[in-house]
Design a protein around this ligand. Structure first.
Ligand SMILES: NC(=O)C1=CN([C@@H]2O[C@H](COP(=O)(O)OP(=O)(O)OC[C@H]3O[C@@H](n4cnc5c(N)ncnc54)[C@H](OP(=O)(O)O)[C@@H]3O)[C@@H](O)[C@H]2O)C=CC1
Ligand SMILES: C[C@H]1O[C@H](OP(=O)(O)OP(=O)(O)OC[C@H]2O[C@@H](n3cnc4c(=O)[nH]c(N)nc43)[C@H](O)[C@@H]2O)[C@@H](O)[C@@H](O)C1=O
Length: 317
């Protein structure tokens, strides 16, 4: 692991996926840095389209790239849209990383995911566990694509000396999340379900699975802050996990969401729904060694996420 100070100041910084949850948090965070922010939405450049990506990079030549664009979703989206999750995510990673190299980008950060680790890897998940065992079947296509992205970044670093780094975020949540009832991640799904139950006066809320899986949740503005910190301070081939280092069962988590939303009805579990990985807690000691820790508690983060959900509902009316 190396600590090589890298100045963002004065550089053109491309946030790929700037309309997404993480990308928009990166845009908020970078507003506090003296950078020239570059963005392009999907209509301008479809990142799955190799020719479009190569043309756009040749024209714009960003000096720094945060690769936060991907096909993203919760356990059902991953398990059903398996072809899209593997194809889009391999294409986006290959196109953007290759174009960044060809056009002289000085630094690139690839965003992977904690789901790249084997389903039954020792907990907490250390960066060295990648490729040591079978993956969780519900998100294997996405995980394989993310592992490909890591390996592409690593190969360009070793063959061409590119300063390309990869970070592995835990489950994220916050403003800009996807609140689709089936395709979202658990945080957004439960905020919406408990809110709708509160508003309609429903007697009970159903939570998927057994409630026993454990998950770690990081507020998205903390995630963006960690990314900027690592972009400035880290240069190396090794992965860096980004998380809080704390986890909670889905059953306990559902109770916290109910409390934040103000719902006091019953909670039941639909065990016909998949549990996914039994536990996914990141070892964040590398990240701590690089001088960064999460600062937003789960309760505060959920309060902010719920406020953002309510504001988005009002704006849509
Ligand atoms: N959310 C989470 O819990 C976690 C996320 N991650 C990773 O973090 C990153 C960001 O995720 P998140 O912000 O949650 O995801 P979102 O779905 O909120 O945002 C993804 C962004 O990528 C863009 N995008 C997707 N496909 C294309 C394409 N073909 N061309 C151009 N743009 C495209 C989307 O554009 P558009 O707005 O047009 O759809 C969107 O802006 C991803 O790499 C994800 O894998 C990792 C771990 C956990
Ligand atoms: C971030 C990560 O996200 C995905 O993995 P996951 O951690 O399994 O994500 P999830 O948020 O969808 O579920 C977490 C847990 O929560 C339970 N759960 C309860 N009730 C609901 C519910 O209503 N919706 C959802 N989605 N899950 C629910 C659910 O059964 C599971 O046990 C990956 O595919 C992968 O893409 C990835 O990187």
């Amino acid at each position: 692991m190396t600590n090589a100070p890298f100045e963002l100041k004065g550089r053109s910084v491309y946030v790929a996926g700037h309309r997404g949850m993480v990308g928009s948090a990166l845009v908020r965070r970078l507003a506090g840095e003296d950078v020239k922010l570059v963005t392009a939405d999907r209509r301008e450049v479809d990142l799955c389209n190799q020719a479009a990506v190569f043309d756009w990079f040749a024209k714009v030549r960003p000096q720094v790239v945060f690769l936060a664009a991907a096909k993203v979703g919760g356990i059902v989206a991953n398990n059903t849209l398996r072809a899209e999750f593997i194809y889009d995510n391999i294409a986006i990673a290959a196109n953007v990383i290759h174009a960044a190299h060809r056009n002289g980008a000085e630094k690139l950060m690839f965003l992977g995911s904690s789901c790249i680790y084997p389903k039954l890897a020792p907990q907490p998940l250390r960066e060295e566990s990648v490729l040591t065992g079978p993956l969780e079947p519900t998100n294997e296509p996405y995980a394989i694509a993310k592992i490909a992205g890591i390996k592409i970044a690593e190969a360009y670093r070793s063959q061409y000396g590119c300063d390309f780094i990869s970070v592995m975020p835990t489950n994220l949540y916050g403003p800009g999340d996807n609140y689709h009832p089936e395709m979202s991640h658990v945080v957004a799904a439960l905020i919406r379900r408990f809110h709708e139950a509160k508003v309609s006066g429903a007697k009970g809320v159903v939570v998927w699975g057994t409630g026993t899986p454990r998950r770690e949740f990081l507020y998205v503005d903390d995630m963006a802050d960690a990314c900027v910190h690592l972009m400035k301070t880290y240069s190396g081939a090794g992965l860096i996990n980004i998380g809080t280092g704390e986890d909670i069962t889905i059953a306990e988590f559902a109770r916290v969401v109910a409390e934040v939303v103000g719902y006091s009805g019953e909670i039941s579990f639909d065990t016909s729904r998949p549990d996914g990985t039994p536990r996914k807690l990141l070892d964040v000691s590398r990240l701590a060694g690089l001088g960064w820790r999460a600062t937003t508690s789960l309760e505060d983060g959920l309060k902010r996420a719920y406020a953002a959900y309510q504001a988005a509902q009002l704006a849509a009316q």
